[in-house]
Design a binder for this molecule. Structure first.
Ligand SMILES: Nc1ncnc2c1ncn2[C@@H]1O[C@H](COP(=O)(O)OP(=O)(O)OP(=O)(O)O)[C@@H](O)[C@H]1O
Length: 986
């Protein structure tokens, strides 16, 4: 596409538009023109650097002079000099003020739980436990803090700057013509002229010199997610702002500036670079953390799990108080006991284990060519249960070819070819005048068809237009482009204005092509030529064999004397004609063609300044149907996704019938296609069931796509969105996991969480498993830790009834938790899911609580059995010795049972387990060994352990065997099918 654009933009020099730009350019002084390059005089010094804030009081002309540039841009030599003088257009990763972020990390619910515990420990005299808890909570806050800072940096525009390019107008020498070329963003310098188009990042701080339908997104700077209008203001008087008043906010509100860090949502523009790199507002005034951040499925899950832990802890403390009241004569101090219980419950290393599992998942995906731009996106991808995709490039190959062209009566042949040639003219003028020439695959196909001599054997494309002949004999002739209103996915139209030498009367012709509904809504007439290759007037519309094989005629009444570009005779388009035209387009779409309507109108000549508002009162010339080959990989990939439990929904801007056929070819039953505009009248509650039921959503604008994604999320789904167009940008941002190919435009790439090396759906199904494994590992850690910790707490409470001392001291509980947690870091390497585990899952606190209670009870039974054995064995010993042996014995049993629990419960569901990988086996063995050996070491003595008698170990073996049996039985009876145990229930 780029190649074609370049070739086509090579023809641009002769156009009126570029002529006028060049004339204006000549009117401006070019301080680095001949004077600077010929003679021996040293070139003038580079202008003083300027900030955007300092430039707001200057008119365009003053600004260009101040920047030492003109409308012809800089020459390469001067640009090189400036690059040396000002440095690269890159900004260092800005040191975010750490305090707000740190405050947030320190105040997350999980850390608060640990502070609370540390406070209780300190009060109860367990100072060392309090210190360890504080250190752990700070460490977990720091893990989160550094993770978020990294994610911030990744989200920031800086990374993109390194990869992206900008279209800049430069001259090879001072006398040469300016040429548009792509340069890396880092090489832009103040004074460069850049062109912006849909999806581009704003590459530096800019003043707009010319803009057409431009809206930009600046969420990263302002936090507002909606795009804002921007336009040039060449004639605006510019009072110099008072010093200090040009704040970031006021700059963000100015209509004629673009700031580094924003991106183009619609339209196009030409702008002059005012400030680059460290002198941009992004670098000097941005308050980090102001960008809009989406609350993804991972963040919601993390929050709910933290709250679950908090509630369990409060409940257990209340339980302890109740136990204390019931056993009022008990000589345990209530507070240390409460502390021991609470410490026993807390999975202190949760953030570390979660980050480790996510990082390992991201590493695996990276090896498959997938870049994860936000670490929690690994979790979100693993949890996706609805995947929304666009049509073109996903279900189809995006290699369009013109299949048919018809006139409003549905006739092919010369009559239809007129529609094709007008459409191709529109694309050609966009290629020539577009700023930059933004051609999509549809334009490419039209141009290719137009260049194909077989398309219309009746018309000699190279023939000179006959100035004395019928001006409509060749509707294309040799028209000169005057203006371009480029395609945008909201209005779904692309319009060019041409001036045709053969046409007398000083008229310009607007040539409009676009989505059928968008064009027909703006048509008041239709071309009524009878298809004569010479384009002579029709005498009326007759039924003929049409493109769809039926006899179709719009049945229009001709309006004698009415003339338009499409022919000397046009007909009034009444509602009946309009309905028949819609039917004709629907017939074409039902054949799987991507259909555009083509219309024209003549307007009294004026000098530029055509607007979108001029697209009305059009005359319909006909329709062009383009075939898009089905993507062969889509069918197996969709089957694979379905097998993996994912519902695929197609959300497209295309015609409903085209979309439906593309879906059928890809093996998706489209059902009743939902027309996105019809959902406008529905509120969120009404929309929810519709998006649940619907499979295909057609005629969706970017805003519709985002709303559909949000409605699905609201209905409890984890939603992925795969799209590569700028019109997919809002949906990519709205989804839990926004996925886009690396080859996509800067805008979607910037918004996506996950970048794929290819566009095909198979890339998602291939990588889904790795993401799900990561999610399963996090779930396993939480489930197993909570179950065994809850088991310990229940055992402690039970022990309160018959033990004269604490079953384990708070410090011992803490060490035991740390040993377990450290060993569970190896869970990151686990692959617990079977290859056929075909259900998405997500962390759900209710399922988690159920699991913890059931298996916690099994664990508590084993603990109580151990207590009984230990009480027997220590009977008659001194109270201190009995206590120390008891503590050591339970410590050993605890760690060994935890290792066994991980080993048996790591594979979800009831089916056979997948063998554990060696890191996990090694860490589990290490855990059991630590439990068995620590009481024999000096560290054990330091912790207050005494070596249990030898008779304890065979009895422990019996208890452990019983525990394994109980675990296996419980798992067989109560475990839910794979993926279910963590599934969200609404
Ligand atoms: N270059 C163009 N010029 C004029 N009209 C166009 C152009 N490209 C697309 N259209 C029209 O606009 C409609 C919507 O196109 P758009 O590219 O916004 O859809 P989309 O959502 O990207 O579709 P998909 O899901 O197939 O990728 C198309 O059906 C077509 O009728």
């Amino acid at each position: 596409m780029a190649g074609l654009s370049e070739v086509r933009s090579g023809r641009t020099g002769s156009t009126a538009e570029r002529g006028s730009m060049a004339e204006r350019a000549d009117a401006f002084a070019d301080p680095f023109g001949d004077a600077g390059k010929t003679g021996d005089a040293a070139p003038p010094a580079c202008p003083e650097p300027l900030s955007l804030a300092a430039s707001v009081g200057l008119t365009d002309l003053q600004l260009l002079r101040r920047l030492g540039t003109g409308l012809r841009g800089l020459d390469e030599h001067e640009a090189g000099r400036r690059l040396e003088a000002y440095g690269e257009n890159t900004v260092q990763a800005k040191a975010c003020p750490p305090w707000p972020r740190l405050r947030r990390a320190l105040c997350d619910p999980f850390s608060v739980i640990l502070y609370f515990l540390a406070g209780v420990c300190a009060l109860s005299g367990a100072h060392s436990t309090a210190v360890v808890l504080l250190v752990l909570s700070c460490a977990s806050s720091l893990v989160r803090f550094s993770g978020e800072r990294k994610a911030d940096r990744e989200a920031a525009v800086l990374r993109e700057i390194r990869d992206a390019t900008a279209t800049v107008l430069r001259r090879s020498g001072s006398r040469s013509k300016p040429l548009a070329r792509e340069v890396p963003l880092g090489e832009l310098v103040p004074g460069d002229l850049v062109r912006l188009s849909v999806g581009d990042l704003v590459p530096a701080d800019l003043r707009l010199l010319r803009a057409e339908g431009l809206t930009i997104r600046q969420a990263l700077l302002s936090g507002e997610s909606e795009p804002v209008d921007r336009h040039a203001e060449p004639d605006r008087p510019r009072p110099r702002p008072r010093p200090g008043t040009a704040s970031l906010r006021s700059l963000l509100d100015r209509p004629d500036v673009g700031l580094l860090g924003s991106s183009v949502a619609t339209g196009s523009a030409t702008a002059v670079v005012v400030a680059t790199g460290p002198r941009t507002c992004f670098e000097t005034t941005r308050e980090p953390g102001t960008g809009a951040r989406r609350d993804s499925s991972f963040e919601r899950a993390a929050r709910s799990v933290s709250w679950l832990l908090g509630w369990i802890m409060v409940a257990s403390l209340l339980l302890v108080l109740a136990v204390g009241t019931v056993f009022g004569s008990h000589h345990w101090a209530l507070l240390p006991f409460a502390v021991a219980v609470a410490v026993g419950l807390t999975p202190e290393m949760l953030p570390l284990v979660v980050s480790g599992a996510l990082a390992f998942g991201a590493g695996t995906l990276r090896r498959h060519g997938v870049v994860i731009r936000r670490l929690p996106a690994v979790h979100d991808l693993g949890g996706v249960d609805v995947l929304c995709v666009d049509k073109t490039g996903t279900l189809t190959r995006e290699r369009l070819g013109v299949a048919v062209a018809v006139d409003p009566a549905g006739r092919t042949g010369p009559a239809g070819d007129a529609a094709l040639r007008w459409a191709a003219l529109n694309s050609r003028i966009i290629a020539e005048l577009g700023d930059p020439p933004l051609l999509d695959s549809l334009d490419e196909a039209l141009l290719d068809a137009d260049l194909d001599p077989h398309v219309d054997p009746h018309v000699d494309l190279d023939a000179d237009p006959d100035p004395d002949g019928d001006p409509y004999a060749d509707p294309v002739g040799d028209p000169v482009g005057v203006e371009v209103l480029p395609f945008d996915p909201v209005r779904r139209l692309a319009t060019v204005v041409v001036r045709r030498p053969g046409v007398l009367g000083g008229v310009d012709t607007l040539v409009v092509k676009g989505a059928v509904e968008a064009v027909l809504d703006r048509c008041t007439r239709l071309s009524a030529t009878d298809g004569d290759p010479a384009g002579r007037p029709a005498t009326g519309v007759t039924g003929r064999t049409t493109a769809t094989g039926a006899t179709t005629a719009t049945g229009a009444t001709t309006a004698p004397g009415a003339t338009d570009a499409t022919g000397p005779t046009t007909a009034v388009m009444d509602d009946a004609c309009r309905a028949r035209a819609h039917d004709l387009a629907a017939d074409l779409a039902a054949r799987g063609l991507r259909v555009i309507a083509v219309a024209t109108t003549d307007r009294p000549r004026r000098h530029g300044g055509y607007r979108v508002a001029d697209e009305h009162g059009l005359t319909l010339v006909g329709f062009v149907g383009l075939r898009d080959e089905p993507e062969p990989s889509a069918l197996p990939a969709l089957a694979e996704l379905t097998a993996q439990g994912i519902a695929v929904k197609v959300v497209t801007g295309d015609h409903p019938d085209t979309a439906a056929l593309a879906c059928r070819e890809a093996g998706i039953e489209p059902g009743a296609v939902v027309l996105a505009p019809d959902t406008d009248a529905l509120d969120d509650a009404e929309l929810a069931p519709l998006v649940e039921r619907g499979t295909v959503f057609a005629r969706a604008t970017p805003a519709h796509k985002a709303r559909i994604v949000l409605a699905l999320r609201g209905a409890g789904h984890t939603v992925g969105f795969l799209g590569d167009g700028v019109n997919d940008l809002p949906a990519l941002e709205a989804a839990d996991a926004g996925v886009c190919p690396r080859s996509a435009a800067d805008g979607p790439r910037d918004s996506a969480d996950i970048l794929l090396s290819t566009t095909d759906l198979a890339a998602i199904s291939r990588n889904l498993r790795a993401a799900r494994q990561s999610l399963a590992n996090i779930g396993n850690y939480l489930r197993i830790t909570l179950a065994s910790n809850l088991g310990n707490v229940l055992a402690m409470l039970a022990a309160g009834a018959f033990l004269p001392f604490l079953p384990m001291l708070p410090a011992q509980v803490l060490v035991q938790n740390l040993c377990f947690d450290a060993s569970q870091l190896a869970l990151a390497f686990d692959r617990p899911l079977r290859p056929d585990a075909g259900r998405p899952s997500r962390l759900d606190y209710r399922a988690l609580a159920r699991f913890a209670v059931v298996f916690g009870l099994v664990n508590a039974v084993a603990d109580v059995a151990t207590f009984v054995v230990l009480m027997r064995l220590t009977h008659g010993q001194s109270p201190l010795r009995a206590q120390q042996v008891f503590h050591a014995g339970w410590f050993t049993e605890n760690l060994v049972t935890q290792a066994l629990t991980v080993h048996i419960l790591r594979s979800p569901g009831r089916g056979p387990r997948i063998p554990a990988p060696w890191p996990l086996r090694a860490s589990n063995l290490g855990l059991a060994a630590a439990g068995l050996l620590l009481p024999f070491t000096p560290l054990g003595a330091l912790l207050g352990f005494a070596v249990p008698p030898t008779a304890y170990f065979p009895l422990l073996a019996v208890i452990l065997a019983g525990y394994v049996l109980a675990l296996l039985l419980t798992r067989a009876v109560v475990a839910e099918p794979p993926g279910q145990s963590l599934r969200l229930r609404k």
